[in-house]
Ligand binder design. Sequence first.
Ligand code: C2O
Length: 611
Amino acid sequence: MNPQSTAKHKQITEAEYSVNSPALTKASGSKHTEMAFQLLLAIFSCVLLLPQPAFGITRHYTLEIKMQNVTRLCHTKSLVSVNGQFPGPKLIAREGDQLLIKVVNQVPNNISIHWHGIRQLRSGWADGPAYITQCPIQTGQSYVYNYTIVGQRGTLFYHAHISWLRATVYGPLIILPKRGVPYPFAKPHKEVPMIFGEWFNADPEAIIRQATQTGGGPNVSDAYTINGLPGPLYNCSAKDTFRLRVKPGKTYLLRLINAALNDELFFSIANHTVTVVEADAIYVKPFETDTILIAPGQTTNVLLKTKPSYPSASFFMSARPYVTGQGTFDNSTVAGILEYEPSKQTKDAHSRTKIKNLPLFKPTLPALNDTNFATKFSNKLRSLNSKNFPANVPLNVDRKFFFTVGLGTNPCNHKNNQTCQGPTNTTMFAASISNISFTMPTKALLQSHYSGQSHGVYSPKFPWSPIVPFNYTGTPPNNTMVSNGTNLMVLPYNTSVELVMQDTSILGAESHPLHLHGFNFFVVGQGFGNFDPNKDPKNFNLVDPIERNTIGVPSGGWAAIRFLADNPGVWFMHCHLEVHTSWGLRMAWLVLDGDKPDQKLLPPPADLPKC
Ligand code: C2O
């Protein structure tokens, strides 16, 4: 069953709507209108033929956040959905388009939606993280996210950005190139979004609530999913399998998205190799691989060339986690099935019912802790860096920062002598950046900054490097306590930033997929052990480093990124493993306005939710 085919959703396709010809959607009835309509259509068609229109169109979407009964693994639950769909509907736009997305909250929970990877140039009010760029949308309220997609094309996704609601509130966000602009690879026969998720039989909100109270690790998921479907390797799940039907001798573009809450994933298709062509909506130098590694918050476009002739077999497309931490995890495997459509000649011999009886091949996935594979894979990712898609790596750096990322503890805050379930029974799990575990404010940071009322909401001081340095990847210090605060790093407009993120071994080294809102960054270097400021920068790649919005900081190692702070606003940065974000592995950058009018944050929309 295709999860997207069942529910109605109000998607307006691009042919139906243009900002310059809203009459197109309303045309009806009278001859006069009809003629006007045809004329407009003619003009519109001409415009469509232009190789690169100077303008984009405006697309309207309505996303209703509502409860929906969904059954997986023989467990039925009422979950928070988008338009009654799980996963949410696919949103499509083109580079240059303006999106007006009305989000209506019809559930008891507060909600906000983040458009993960969208740069939000000067439109930070539409970014979405609750209490960072907006107050959440309350029950019965709505908010129109209004932004224009500038200089970006590729696969991204949207997800809820409050508590753990993104467990069920997510969907693909596909940005096509401008009209007439081709991909830097042969046009695929078909494009297929494949979005990975995690299924919990219990309510994810109850899981994180309990973990926050006890200080322990939250329960793990019961299954991984592809397009919401766990597949045949789980009990009571065979009917909920994602099936991709392909023709022989064609090329398919798979738009892979990791929307899982807490797990990086290996993904492989039996007996097929794929060519990686894009990551985080940035074209990369194509390379072939059997297996890809994709962290939560990352997207990867791959070309799948099908077998030249009908193979008389089907193939598992499987994913399971890459795990470096010491906590418990969901070690199960999701599988979808790649099925070949018989050609006309072979149709009689292999009727559809027989597809089920064909041999089914399974891929060999790397071991769950295969850091060697992870390192090799991430070293293969390079920006395309072509004439049309250059890698504009900042070559001069105004400010260098060194942040640690890792776990830690807070004291058990229970009164009446109760014990906690953290690493010890007197501690609770925490996580931090440079030992500051970020406390969520109760007012939105962006509004507080914009209205000059930040006093008591956040501190504009974040340390350039850890206040107490230690041997980050050596024997961990005895004191694992974090400090707690809402600290922002303030940057003047257009600051060129280099940031080294260093994993720590406190409570175990672990790979952390760090996500930065509002920017793409270049990953100029990566390594294991402690970053050495004297030696390591000599090996930085300033020519064709991968550009992305989420980077897996290697377990027990470091990653160096560069970005230009050319986007005024407050930008969240956090580990995209939701459990670590919940524990405080998060902070925010405040990028100030520039002097010129087009270097300033736009004023807030009138319907911006209030706290
Ligand atoms: Cu996809 Cu702040 O997250």
